[in-house]
Design a protein around this ligand. Structure first.
Ligand code: ADP
Ligand code: MG
Length: 436
């Protein structure tokens, strides 16, 4: 329910202002929200600096899927290339770092970044020196960096080999800073966390900027939510109200239309006085849903909830299913997708939109019998002439899996980070970069 920086864990402020915000009262929330937006949207990027001859540490997201030491999907490596190539072309000494999996603060050979170095070498068409160091910034890394010429590339070992990494410890942050002159953050997926390799390090370098991937996320998520071309429609779904409460509240302050689907819709239906059978229901959030319905009314936001539902007696793709109207879910049935009438209603509401933000599938899309609602919404988004933005891990997976990936304007690469963006929170990884 909190808005803006009210709930943020992150220090509120750009570089040089790393204190926690003054106590925020409800009265100055709006002003504070505006300040938060400013801290997030106006960051220096790799286009604003000169890296010639400088050691540039780049925090990438090389958290790739591995099977028996082989990278099974190199999407994240390919996505990182524009920033890396730009820094090479500008004559920087490019030192890459990333986490991979969860080694829990100790060296785990199966989570070494060595395979990433080999893959990057092929993608870049030039050597990538892998600095195999159990302590990440050890003798190997220091020697490799000392030997670099302009345009060379070095990759450090998995940053999460160090226990301090996820605790934003001072020693490791300083070590990372000691081997670079400039820091570039291009890892959006971890931007909502304050770790050594994305936040701590920036306290000990003069220049900290964002890379192209980060810039793209800031531009699309930030500008869509804060400066949308209207009508602005948000579509929220997924499993639970509880995981999206701040998103619902924040978006109600910004949108013209809010569409609710997925598992969270049943808590809203219950709040409106309808029975929902065995559907996903969060009793503790019924009052919250009522509050949001009232908030929508007060703000003049059109709030759409399902008018029909696809139900089954079990959470399974192998049992009979049928569609029922609002309030007609039997006690032994659960709602697993929005119905056909709802699909039409939602597609219609989406038609006139100029900006759409979508987070959370409309049903249990992983099962083909209950994917139709999610497909209908994806189809509607694919057909309109608008900026369409997908945030959230499962939503991004759904859109890609169902074949609509290339029809969207932007699919965020950071599940948790994109959600926090939509909540109006400050992301420590973004805030830590220098302001323009
Ligand atoms: P995201 O990762 O995009 O933020 P969530 O994690 O909130 O999305 O929700 C995604 C999950 O919600 C999916 O696994 C989907 O199966 C589930 N879901 C959607 N509709 C329902 C429903 N009616 N009942 C149960 N689960 C649902
Ligand atoms: Mg999810």
């Amino acid at each position: 329910m909190e808005s803006a920086c009210f709930a943020a864990r992150a220090p509120c402020g750009g570089r040089g202002r790393k204190t926690f915000p003054r106590s925020v009262t409800r009265l100055n929330l709006a002003a504070h929200a505006a300040e938060c937006e400013e801290n997030m949207l106006n960051k220096k990027s790799v286009d604003d600096i000169n890296v010639k001859g400088k050691r540039v540490l780049v925090r990438c997201d090389f958290n790739v899927p591995l099977q028996d030491g082989q990278i099974t999907d190199d999407t994240r490596l390919v996505a990182a290339l524009p920033t890396i190539k730009k820094l090479i072309a500008d004559g920087g000494k490019v030192i890459l770092c990333s986490h991979l999996g969860k080694p829990k603060g100790e060296p785990k050979p199966e989570l070494s970044l060595a395979p990433v170095a080999a893959a990057l070498e092929k993608l870049l068409g030039q050597p990538v020196k892998f600095a195999a160091d159990a302590t990440v910034v050890g003798e190997n890394a220091k020697a490799a960096v000392a030997a670099m010429n302009d345009g060379d590339v070095v990759l450090l070992e998995n940053t999460r080999y160090r226990a301090e990494e996820t605790k934003n410890g001072e020693a490791f942050s300083k070590e990372l800073a000691s081997i670079c002159d400039v820091f570039v953050n291009d890892a959006f997926g971890t931007a909502h966390r304050a770790h050594c390799s994305n936040v701590g390090v920036t306290q000990y370098v003069d220049t900290a900027v964002v890379g192209y991937l980060m810039q793209k996320e800031i531009d699309f998520l930030g500008n869509a939510v804060n400066n949308p071309v209207r009508p602005f429609v948000a579509i929220l779904g997924g499993s639970k109200v509880s995981s999206k409460i701040s998103v619902i509240s924040n978006l109600l302050d910004k949108v013209d239309v809010l569409i609710i689907g997925g598992g969270m819709a049943y808590t809203f239906m219950k709040a409106m006085g309808y029975e929902v059978g065995k559907s996903l229901l969060e009793e503790d959030y019924i009052d919250y849903a009522k509050e949001m319905i009232e908030k929508a009314k007060a703000k003049g936001v059109k709030l759409l909830t399902p008018v029909d539902t696809v139900v089954a007696k079990e959470f399974s793709n192998d049992v009979p299913f049928h569609t029922v109207g609002l309030g007609d879910i039997a006690a032994d049935e659960e709602g697993l997708d929005i119905g056909e009438e709802t699909c039409k209603l939602y597609a219609d509401a989406i038609k006139s939109a100029k900006t759409v933000v979508w987070n959370g599938p409309m049903g249990v899309f992983e099962m083909s019998n209950f994917a139709k609602g999610t497909i209908a919404v994806a189809q509607a988004l694919a057909e309109i002439d608008a900026t369409t933005i997908i945030g959230g891990g499962d939503s991004a997976a759904a859109v890609n899996q169902l074949g609509f990936g290339d029809k969207m304007t932007h699919i965020s690469t950071g599940g948790g980070a994109s959600l926090e963006f939509l909540e109006g929170k400050e992301l420590p990884g973004v805030v830590a970069a220098n302001d323009k």
